[in-house]
Write a protein that binds this ligand. Structure first.
Ligand code: ADP
Ligand code: MG
Length: 249
């Protein structure tokens, strides 16, 4: 019997069902113990493979996403952010807007939760099977400028270009020259109507052209980003300042 179990395990492996192959002896023991029917056994075996694959896929996409931290959307306290109602947050959490390739622009001063909301929605999207990338504008610029000659940048950008959701954090933190603005335009143009983009910025879009240095390029970028978009102007005092932690009490 053990001879044939090994043979089945080898066959599973050959069929690229590695998880099934590994779990087979254990599942067979359980089947005997609980007198599973053939149908029950087959269901358990296939479910096992599917669940393991799903878990591995989430793990892989989490790694590729490069989130700065993993705070789930459920930890975002909507009562602290008057720009967003619980109903609106729930609506964002359905991710229908990602399905429909809408963009989301989160504006507001430092500390109001722009990055936290982006990360929370990104984590949600990973659980739903999307490929997600989180990147700061500074990192993105570096990738775009080094793409031609750096293999690492090429791989990273390939993932960005094929993602379902790209989160670009701190969009206008740095002023761009026209070469940089042009590289950014090429990327936005590629992502346009192909995936959703979340942008965070502490500058309003009407100030972006100052920082991009070129009115024509800015208009072309905004045209694409704002075509299907929800802009959320976040406000209030910095959450960090409101909840600051001290050494001396
Ligand atoms: P921003 O990107 O707007 O500068 P962050 O998202 O970095 O702000 O938020 C600053 C800190 O405050 C983070 O640790 C974040 O998790 C927390 N924070 C901000 N807003 C909220 C909120 N509404 N609920 C829970 N935590 C929040
Ligand atoms: Mg931030």
């Amino acid at each position: 019997m053990s001879q044939s179990v090994e043979a089945i395990q080898a066959a599973f492996k050959q069929l690229r069902l590695a998880e099934m192959s590994q779990a087979l002896p254990q599942l067979l023991r359980q089947a005997e113990k609980h007198s599973w029917t053939y149908m029950e056994l087959l269901t358990e075996i296939t479910d096992f493979e599917l669940k393991q694959r799903e878990a591995k896929s989430i793990e892989r996409r989490l790694k590729w996403a490069h989130f700065p931290y993993h705070k789930p959307l459920s930890s975002f306290d909507v009562s602290q952010q008057s720009a967003l109602s619980q109903r609106q947050l729930n609506q964002l959490a359905t991710l229908n807007w990602v399905e429909q390739q809408y963009n989301l622009i989160l504006l507001g001063p430092p500390g109001v939760g722009k990055t936290a909301l982006g990360v929370g929605l990104g984590l949600e999207a990973i659980q739903r099977g999307y490929q997600v990338i989180f990147i700061t504008m500074g990192e993105l610029m570096h990738l775009l400028k080094t793409e031609e000659f750096t293999r690492k940048s090429q791989i990273h950008l390939k993932r960005i270009r094929s993602a379902g959701l790209v989160i670009i954090d701190d969009l206008m933190y740095l002023a761009m020259d026209s070469y940089e603005a042009n590289l950014f335009f090429q990327l936005v143009n590629h992502l346009y109507e192909q995936c959703s983009v979340i942008l965070t910025s502490n500058k309003a879009p009407d100030q972006w052209s100052e920082l991009m240095g070129d009115q024509g390029i800015t208009t072309a970028i905004l045209d694409r980003l704002l075509h299907r978009v929800e802009v959320i102007q976040m406000d209030g005092d910095s959450y960090r300042m409101k909840n600051k932690q001290k050494i001396f009490t």
